[in-house]
Ligand binder design. Structure first.
Ligand code: P53
Length: 475
């Protein structure tokens, strides 16, 4: 049985649903300069906001003005928690101001109070792909050490203001995605970094991630002083990497790739760098600026729990020659013939969730929190106004079943489960509206047309029953 305090709920991020991108003093964020893309075409990052492009995050699903209606729907489903983020640009519009924007602070105060009204615990990510754009143009994003202070000013302001409203915090969303430093998009959303040609991307990524890890650790320490009851976690993207075959080289490759992808978690949870990362920097001649104060900050700010997203697993074919730490997701991954994919090519693997939970427990012995899991799919509004999303129910059912096995049989310590996008919202990866994950349909399309009306899908009633029975009835 799951514990009676188990936190069932849903997870969203400010920039993907709030809209109101320039209302009440909000500044421009990295999400505001990203155009709509498609499964085939990447989102463009424009140099500021330009005429002639559609920027889907500007209006989102207008949660900023409709949050009361939406939270009432979450409450109807029986949510025990709601994970969302605080848009940095509502609090510090440019990021480098000394004093915060009161209207932004007030918005989240109202939002969290609205949650509490229904007994919904807010779970808050501080930085979820919505970095102030000014910090990109003026400072070069997290390649600049000054960013640590700006981040801490933001974190401390939020901790102080919401110390009696919020207990669960996470510092940086999916920090580990940056291992894909060749993806311009990821480095921009996570660290506000734009590369010039010829730069050593790998070195810049490790440096930026180091500053983020130090910022996270120092935030943990500051937060605990403000309220010792705070639970402050990291947030990593967990994609187990399987060997393609029983060939030892494949197994070794999977082990090395996992070590590389999870070094971020290691630093967050243990407070120091694994030796293999330091060795690989030395071998490659990467120079990462790191002081002894940084190292003690890391040791003093280990996280309380590990929050992670789980959507899919990967499969790797070991390179015959070369260094396995040069793992590159664009080249070394192969299709897993045992698994089906969704329409965006993400491999669907419920048992991988049980594996991931066991893996993280065995490695770090910290409480875990599944803070994202879900199926992006195209939904059809029937003539009678219903949406029969059985595919979504079946995806979630199988994942929750495996989660229960991990808790009940493998005895994993799990705080909660929040499915991604309980209400349809803007996809982070493609900017589409039609890549839907919700229990609640939102009438809006990829071009921004539609009434924004909210409609309950079949899965709405299913999840309501799952929560009411604490995960016992999955039918
Ligand atoms: P979308 C890449 C790989 C796995 C998860 O993704 C990812 C990404 C970045 O796109 O992001 C997380 O919207 C992220 C959410 C995001 C969600 O997964 O591309 O934390 O912001 O919306 C789903 O379908």
């Amino acid at each position: 049985m799951l514990g009676d305090k188990f936190l069932w709920g849903g997870a969203v991020a400010a920039h993907q649903l709030e809209g109101a991108w320039n209302i009440d003093g909000k500044g421009v964020s990295v999400a505001d300069v990203m155009t709509v893309g498609s499964p085939k075409e990447l989102r463009k990052i424009t140099d500021g906001i330009k005429e002639g492009y559609y920027y889907p995050n500007h209006e989102g699903i207008d949660f900023y003005h409709r949050y009361k209606e939406d939270i009432a729907l979450f409450a109807q489903m029986g949510f025990k928690c709601l994970r969302t983020s605080i848009a940095w640009t509502r609090i510090f519009p440019k990021g480098d101001e000394e004093l915060p924007n009161e209207a932004g602070l007030k918005f989240y105060e109202n939002l969290f109070k609205e949650c509490k009204k229904y007994g919904i615990e807010p779970v808050v990510t501080l930085s979820h792909f919505e970095f102030p754009y000014h910090l990109v143009t003026e400072y070069g994003g997290f390649r600049n050490k000054k960013l640590i202070d700006f981040y801490l000013n933001f974190a401390e302001t939020c901790f102080k203001r919401y110390k009696d409203l919020v207990t669960y915090w996470m510092t940086f969303n999916e920090i580990s995605n940056q291992i894909n430093f060749n993806q311009d998009f990821t480095m921009f959303t996570n660290a506000g970094i734009i590369f010039s040609t010829g730069e050593n991307r790998e070195e810049i990524m490790y440096q930026a991630a180091h500053y983020q890890l130090v910022a996270s650790a120092r935030a943990v320490k500051i937060g605990k002083k403000i309220n010792p009851d705070f639970q402050i976690g990291c947030m990593v993207s967990m994609c187990p990497i399987y060997p393609e075959s029983s060939k030892p080289r494949d197994l070794l490759a999977s082990q090395k790739a996992m070590q590389l992808r999870t070094y971020f978690t290691h630093v967050h949870a243990r407070g120091y760098y694994p030796e293999y990362i330091l060795k690989s920097w030395a071998k490659k001649g990467l120079r990462i600026e790191m002081t002894s104060e940084d190292l003690s900050a890391l040791a003093d700010g280990v996280v309380d729990f590990i929050g992670f997203s789980y959507y899919k697993s990967f499969t790797i074919r070991g390179r015959d020659t070369g260094d396995l730490y040069d793992y590159d997701e664009a080249q070394d991954l192969v299709k897993n013939s045992h698994l089906k994919t969704n329409a965006w090519g993400w491999q669907i693997d419920p048992e991988g969730l049980r594996y991931a939970l066991n893996w993280l427990r065995d490695m770090y012995q910290k409480p875990l929190f599944i803070v994202e899991n879900g199926l992006g799919a195209l939904d059809y509004l029937e003539a009678d106004g219903s949406i029969n999303d059985d595919y979504r129910i079946s995806y979630l059912r199988e994942h929750i079943r495996q989660m229960r096995l991990a808790v009940e049989e493998d005895k994993v310590d799990l705080i909660g489960y929040t499915s991604w996008g309980p209400i349809d919202l803007i996809s982070a990866g493609t900017g589409e509206m039609d890549k839907r994950c919700g229990f609640i349909y939102v009438d809006r399309d990829n071009k921004g047309q539609g009434t924004l009306k909210r409609i309950k899908k079949k899965s709405f009633y299913w999840y309501q029953k799952v929560i009411a029975t604490n995960g016992q009835d999955l039918n």
